[in-house]
Every structure is written in C-alpha cells, then in structure tokens.
Design a protein around this ligand. Structure first.
Ligand SMILES: [Zn+2]
Length: 344
C-alpha cells in the first residue's frame, strides 16, 4: 500500500476553491497513466485514458480534492482572524485547534479558540454554551503584524499530522484524499487492462460546498457511468445505536446505494456486487439519510448517466481524527481495479 502518497495527499492543504496544491501533487503522480490531462476553468483535473476502439462507454471516477476548512473573512485591528467555514463543521470539534493559515506570503501556524473566558473565570452557564462557528478566531501570535500578511479570502486548514495506529490511518483530510489516492492507485494497478472503456478519472474541486466541480466536469465528460468515490460514515463506535452505524470498519468497501443526492443504478450495484463476491473482495451496502457525493452530479449531467458510489467507512468524520481501516481502503482499491479490468 502506497502510504507515503496518502500521507502527502492528507497533509497538503486544499479547501474548496483552493485545491491547486493538491492538484499539483496529483499531477506529479500520474505520469504515463493517461492519454490526456487537462484542468478545467473551475480547477478540476480531468484525466482521460482512451479505449481501444471508438464508441466505447465512458466511465468516470470522481474524486474530490477539497477538504473542509475556512476562508478568512476579517482581520481585526489587533490581528485576530475571523473565518467563514467552507464545508460542514461541528463547532464542538473546533475548540483549541492548531491551524495553518495559507497566504500569498507563505503558510503561518496559528491557534483557534472561541471568544470568551477560560475555565478559571467562567461561570457554570458560560461553560455549557457551545459557540457558533463564527465565534471562533485565529491567533497567529504576531499581533497587528497579521494585518500585513493575511488578506480576506486567504484559507485556513487544520494543522494535524497523518498517523498510522493499529489497523487504521488517521488524518484531518481522509475525506477525501483517500479518493485522490484511489484515483491514482487504481490506474497503476490496472496496467493495460480495461481498454474496452474510455476511462476518465476526474479530481474535482469544491465538493464540500455542493458538488460544484463535479457538476461542471461531468457536463464536459458526459459519462455513461459515473462512480463517486468518497468517505462515508462509520458510526460503529460507542453511543450510537446499531441501525445508525452506516458501515462497520473492517468489513470492506461501501457499495453506496443511496443518499440525499442520488439513488444508485440498481443493475450497476448488482454488477459490482457480483464482481466483489466472485473475487472475494469484502464489501457492505451503504445508505445515508443526509449528505451527498460527486456521483450524483455525474448521474444528472447532460442527458444523464448510470451512477453508483464506492465509499470507505470513516469514523469521526469532519474532525481532525478521521479514521479509516486499511482493509476497507484496500477493498475499495481492489473493487475499482476489478471493475475497470472487467471492461476488456
Ligand atoms: Zn467527501
């Protein structure tokens, strides 16, 4: 397993609309894997491998490059940064965080806390209150000088290293750098197989703010089949009733049949399921009541496509401790490779 690439992908900052560093990293990894590589006006990276014959079906894999983060909305006179979120944050996970502020003048480490008093001088009522995301601010430790280096619109990410513990990977950005990793690794694993289809691996932008890059890139590709690759929930942890688990870690990739953005193509679900069973690739069917992924945009592009999701169950999602099981990630790689290889 190419852990070094996953680590690099996870530790490269890139929030919606600011995916260029992730895109450059991917570009450096895909030499020789595609016939054509282009960047569209919004910033998605479109990679195409032509089929052996004209008129072959177009299969599109969608892997979003952005991670949830913030844009600086205001720098105060004293040099504190106020932020707007780009992506869904739960304020309960934002207390006392180390962050990286990415500016034209370089990246600066900072700390994020909510406005208010520390425990020593706060009342019992103060301590019960959960601030809104907009009440958090960043302190760069440089006082008023922050005004000279940070501009409105600069971006902020969590600053936490990628780690391996037990059978798991942990990072702030497994959503969705695992998909970027899969998009690269599947083409390496595929080799010269799967020439019966035209394969488009598209590293999309701005998913976390509403599948925006997937919409435009799908319109361009006009796929016959769209596969959204993403994380999903793994609520197999204490305090959550079993029926809300979505996935159980270690039981394989998630074959995603529904969420609030789409309903998967049933024949495609069965086809992938048959391959998984025949090749002993562990899997679990998954559904989400809320939330979407890029496969939905492919499904509804132009005159429509058949779509499905291949997902990896992720504990503690949208926190700095996002956690995936290596077995599940490997299973996702195996099924994508097997499915594309079957297009001979
Ligand atoms: Zn995602």
């Amino acid at each position: 397993m190419n852990t070094d690439l996953l680590k690099d992908l996870c530790e490269t900052p890139g929030v919606p609309g600011h995916e260029d560093r992730v895109r450059d990293l991917i570009k450096g990894q895909i030499e020789g894997l595609f016939d054509e590589v282009t960047v569209d006006p919004m910033g998605s990276l479109l990679c195409t491998r032509r089929a052996a014959k004209d008129g072959a079906p177009k299969i599109m894999l969608l892997c979003h490059m952005d991670e949830i983060g913030f844009l600086v909305s205001h720098v105060s006179d004293k040099g504190y940064l106020y932020l707007q979120p780009v992506g869904g944050f739960d304020p309960r996970n934002l207390f006392s965080r180390r962050v990286l502020v990415c500016t034209d003048q370089g990246d600066f480490k900072g700390v994020m806390n909510p406005s208010g008093k520390p425990i020593h001088i706060s009342s019992p009522e103060d301590r019960k209150k959960i601030p809104e995301v907009g009440e958090f601010f960043v302190d760069l430790g440089m006082g008023e000088a922050a005004k000279d280096v940070v501009k409105v619109g600069d971006f902020v990410v969590m600053d936490e290293p990628f780690i391996e513990i037990g059978d798991k990977f942990v990072s702030k950005a497994l959503d969705n750098r695992i998909a970027c990793w899969l998009g690269v690794e599947v083409m390496k694993a595929l080799g010269d197989r799967g020439r019966g289809a035209e394969i488009h691996v598209v590293f999309t932008c701005q998913e976390e703010v509403g599948l925006r890059g997937a919409r435009t890139s799908s319109h361009r590709v006009q796929p016959d089949i769209g596969i959204g690759i993403d994380t999903t929930l793994a609520c197999d942890t204490p305090g959550i009733p079993e029926q809300f688990s979505t996935t159980t870690q270690g039981r394989g990739f998630g074959l995603h049949v529904r969420d609030s953005s789409f309903i998967a193509d049933r024949a495609l679900v069965r086809e992938i399921e048959d391959i998984a069973i025949a090749q002993d690739i562990p899997y679990q069917r998954t559904m989400l009541a809320a939330g979407g992924q890029d496969g939905a945009a492919a499904q509804q592009a132009a005159s429509g496509a058949r779509a499905v999701g291949i997902v990896v169950g992720t504990r503690y999602i949208h926190t700095v401790t996002e956690m995936v099981h290596k077995t599940d990630l490997q299973a996702a790689l195996d099924i994508l490779t097997a499915y594309l290889a079957a297009q001979d």
